[in-house]
Design a protein around this ligand. Structure first.
Ligand SMILES: Cc1cc2nc3c(=O)[nH]c(=O)nc-3n(C[C@H](O)[C@H](O)[C@H](O)COP(=O)(O)O)c2cc1C
Length: 365
């Protein structure tokens, strides 16, 4: 199976399956000398973990992890950082009813056809359990970014047709005040009510997450294939169940005129900023120093309780019914995944950026 590695200089490889022994990550390119804050990694994993509230899947994993290599006396050594979480609460028999059947809109059919073998227990490698490893990679990257004054905050801005009013000023300290991770309490309650209703029906519902990256230096990214927004787009679209990515003005740009869309420059006491930020902090694939802003759309996930038409592995008509534990809406758990993938991309591209100019390369030698 190819494609388990992401990034160029800060490069992560994830491994493990939903119902295997566990899930893990190898981080290549983590700079030496970082005092690894394991409590911070653990707290980020708690934000993603299943069983955290009544509106997510009821699988219970405490997400305790073991650092296998790359740390000496509490500091990263520059060697590959390997971290492993042992799975605890698998109930593989919950999946025996789909052993030979394909769940509509899950990855069962494509995996079977591609690999000729499928770990049906919890979806194996196609399970979002894999994203626990990404959160570890992001939490390590985030510790480095925070030292540079770069901060990343994501929150839920839509569930079904309940949308957070974009005119509301967001207080990032309130994101984790409620179980949906929407920093506006009234909108959050409406979203929670909707998910509760959908869950009772045995159905699922989609949602969206907004992400903001502040403290960005100018010049991160590359102008051709590795445009910063293209890299962020790949990172976000690689998250399970993601259906859309838009940055800055996104699809709203379609209906705008250039005169309204252009971000006018201004010089505020020597700091160059723009009066508006329809560019979403990126121009020509390169950060312009404004906040990077983007939205990520998630589908209503495939596992639902009502009976659905499907086929079995021999192509015969069959019926699939939802059993076992599943998320009625993934966005509350996906917030730390979005932040983590953003942190991985930004750190990777800051490291790459350090090799842009000869003058920076030779200074201090
Ligand atoms: C945090 C999170 C939790 C998820 N939980 C479920 C779930 O309980 N049931 C399900 O069918 N899919 C769930 N998914 C989505 C599947 O992993 C995903 O839909 C599947 O692998 C097929 O991939 P695709 O939707 O990207 O095509 C979850 C995704 C995320 C990000």
């Amino acid at each position: 199976m190819a494609g388990n590695t992401f990034g160029t200089l800060y490069r992560i490889t994830t491994f493990g399956e939903s119902h295997g022994k566990g899930i893990g990550i190898v981080i290549d390119g983590c700079p030496s000398g970082l005092e690894l804050d394991e409590a911070y990694i653990f707290s980020e994993l708690q934000r993603r973990k299943p069983g955290q509230s009544k509106i997510v899947t009821q699988r219970h994993e405490n997400e305790e992890f073991e650092v296998l290599s790359g740390v000496f006396e509490g500091k990263t050594t520059g060697a590959p950082l390997a971290i492993f979480i042992r799975n605890q609460d698998q109930r593989s028999k919950d999946y025996s009813h789909i052993m030979d059947k394909y769940r509509p809109s899950h990855a069962d059919y494509t995996y079977s056809k591609k690999y000729g073998i499928r770990d049906y227990r919890g979806g194996g490698r196609s399970s979002a359990r894999e994203t626990a490893a990404r959160v570890i990679g992001g939490a390590v990257a985030m510790q480095i970014l925070l030292k540079m004054g770069i901060d990343i905050n994501a929150y839920v801005n839509q569930v079904g047709n309940i949308k957070l009013d974009s005119n509301i000023k967001i207080d990032y300290t309130k994101i984790d005040d409620n179980i949906i991770r929407c920093p506006h309490s009234e909108t959050a309650s409406q979203m929670i009510d909707l998910i509760t209703k959908i869950k009772k029906q045995g159905d699922t519902i989609g949602g969206a997450i907004h992400c903001n990256i502040s403290g960005m230096p100018v010049g991160v990214g590359a102008p051709v294939f590795d445009k910063l927004h293209a890299e962020l787009g790949k990172a976000m679209l690689s998250i399970n169940a993601v259906k859309g990515f838009e940055f800055g003005s996104g699809f709203d740009a379609v209906t705008m005129k250039g005169s309204a869309h252009n971000d006018a420059f201004e010089n505020k006491d020597g700091k160059i900023t723009t009066k508006t930020n329809f560019s979403g902090g990126i121009q020509g694939g390169i950060s312009n120093g404004m906040d990077i802003t983007f939205n990520v759309a998630f589908k209503p996930v495939a596992t639902i309780i009502p009976a659905q038409d499907s086929i079995d592995k021999d192509g015969n008509d069959t019926i699939v019914t939802g059993k076992g534990r599943h998320d009625p809406c993934v966005v509350p758990r996906a917030v730390p995944i979005v932040e983590s993938m953003a942190a991985i991309v930004i750190l990777d591209h800051i490291l790459i950026d350090r090799s842009t100019r000869l003058v920076d390369l030779v200074s201090g030698l």
